[in-house]
Design a protein. Sequence first.
Length: 477
Amino acid sequence: MAKNNGQPGATGRRGFAGRPASGAACELQAALRPNAARAWLYASVFWLIVGTALGVILAAKMAFPQFLAHYGWLQFGRLRAAHVNIVLYGWLSLSVIAIIFYMTQDLTRTPIYSTRLSAIAFVLWNLALVLAGAGFLVGSIGGYSLSKGKEFMEMNWASTVIVLAAMALVAINLFQTVARRAESQLYVTMWYFLGSVLWLPLVWIVGNAPVYSGVNDAISNWFLGHNIIGLWFTTAGVGMMYFIVPKTTRNPLYSHKLSLVGFWTIALVYPWVGAHHILRGPIPDWLQTIAIIFSIMMFIPVWTVITNFFKTMSGKWGVMAQSVPLKFAVFAIWAYFFTCIQGPLQALRTVNQYVHLTNWTVGHAHLALFATFSFMSWSVIYYMFERVTGRRLSHGALAHWHFWMGAIGFTGFFLDLTIAGLIQGAIWTLGLPFMTGVNAMYPYMVVRLAFGIAMFAAQIFFLVNVLTAKRVEAVTA
């Protein structure tokens, strides 16, 4: 097992993150800048409610197509783009940035470089979300489309540029903070965070650059679509878990070296897998083959992460009974494992031919974005909320209800869509009439709506807990 040098979870005479567990820690906490993370945290909760509410409306439309059919700005195509972008770039991205700012200060023992840069980035990012969301619902003005119409990158050009500027400011702020750090050794979480904020604007530029056409446009689309997941949410999420699991179990990280193997294999492998979304499309066979090979190679970083997490959990599984952050973390880690097993397998040509464009892929997408990355964010938010906001979540029961309603709701949602996708694949493979498949999906869409409502209800418990949090006199380090 690797030596624990300044890791979260170190125990004994020294406190977490390798700093003295004395008055010095309290002085450090007072010097830190929770306001660099606080606004991002609260805004992420707002966008979470908006994004999941849109998801419920979309599920209702899938079950009952005439629902809100008379309102042009509430049609499925417009709401779907709003739902996806608000969840990706609103809830998930803002929560990730809040968490990065909090953890960076803790692990470097250094205040965030500039609260002004953080505030400017915050305003820009949220402005872009408002402009993009309004654009999706309005559709067009004077014949000019307010959406680029490409999956995961539908934002209009104004929002695209504004978000890029905000990404750059976040990256500058983080790198400047690390350059001035008081902690000499970088814990592995910081490797993942630095990689994430460096890769995100690069992926954004490559994917959105208006220089592609035809097939190359589709390739660049899925370069961004998959690497937003792999080089932003995955790397940041894994970094969070390397912090929160040792913190909540008070066990040292099992292996620092293994965590770095995972980091570098993600960096080397993930950029090549996006083309597996357009297998059998008009792209070169060699590119499809490369995407499949590198998709299978994703098993390497997955096994390093899973091994490290569960070895770190050794002897502390009982902590889950009382620890809300650990409950969310363990569920997220299992979901990450299944996501990264399912993903490479469905990249195989024979599997892809059967499940592509079915509800199977919708279930898979939610396995990643809801069960994995959202649960990762909730895990850390429950841990850091009081430290960042100065308020204590006083309703413990609501936190547990948030977990169980979200976990059960998602499980039913995922199983329903997985079964529906397999049935769709069978109908299409047999060459049955298209409407046969449409009619066969009706009961599954009703079940999807029911479980979707449960997933949304879980977020209402979370929102109520946040809104009723009580101010505390002192926040522990």
